[in-house]
Write a protein that binds this ligand. Structure first.
Ligand code: JD2
Length: 220
């Protein structure tokens, strides 16, 4: 999978070189391209924002700059993700669906967001455009939201996780199961023992106990 991100803060994407995602890139499973929106400005001040039509606080990102950047990246294979607090809520199901994409472009706005005509334009040209939000809180821009999505999506790609068994377990976890409490050694820590049943060797009883504990903790 190829993943491009367009941002005025490319440094936000430094963590993609670390850990699981750094390894995935070395293995050729995923390739990241991080692009500075200001490289697509043509004025002396490299300005990317302007005042909003209709008035109001803050600034809006100029459509021509985004158009110039996205025109270099979009193909018929591309899923364009526009991060916005008003977008469709990102969840595990959406992550699984995007894990089947071959090319994703993340448009990371700042200020009050990107001129609405940018998404409208690419959708009208039959590109796949998705306005997405990662949750009901307000971030300062789309960069951190993109990182969240990229981590959730790329860990589903074959070969990224060391142990694919954990993905099989998670597919159950997403239906509200399997979020049971975890324990490792030592058997007693600061006078707190591991629940006896987990050391019993009775796998049927352990499965029932875990399922009950998971049900108790389900917040959904
Ligand atoms: C963003 C801003 C509009 C106020 C570009 C915020 C997001 N779950 C989420 N919360 N906030 C965002 C998000 C995404 C992109 C931008 N801002 C700031 N926009 C009103 C503040 C600018 C996601 N995904």
């Amino acid at each position: 999978m190829k993943i491009d991100a367009v941002t005025i803060f490319p440094d936000y994407f430094a963590p993609l070189q670390l850990s699981l995602l750094g390894k995935a890139q070395e293995r050729g499973i995923v390739e990241f391209g991080i692009h500075d929106l200001r490289d697509f400005t043509t004025d002396n001040h490299h300005s990317v924002d302007d005042t909003p039509y209709g008035g109001g606080a803050g600034m809006v990102m100029k459509p021509e700059i985004w158009g110039a950047a996205l025109d270099t990246l979009m193909t018929p294979q591309t899923d364009l993700i526009i991060l916005t607090p008003a977008g469709r809520r990102f969840d595990q199901r959406m992550a699984e669906s995007f894990a089947g994409s071959t090319h994703m472009v993340f448009a990371c706005g700042r200020y009050e967001g990107i001129d609405a005509r940018v998404g409208e334009y690419y959708a009208s040209k039959n590109f796949r455009v998705h306005e997405v939000s990662i949750g009901d809180y307000v971030l300062g821009g789309g960069e951190v939201a993109s990182l969240v999505m990229i981590e959730a999506i790329t860990r589903l790609l074959p070969g990224v996780l060391g142990n694919p068994d954990s993905l099989v377990e998670e597919s159950h976890a997403t239906d509200g199961f399997l979020e049971y409490p975890n324990y490792t050694k030592p058997p007693t820590w600061r006078e707190i023992p591991v629940p006896e049943i987990l050391r019993s060797g009775n796998h049927a009883a352990i499965a029932t106990w875990r399922s009950d504990e998971a049900a108790k903790r389900a917040h959904k």
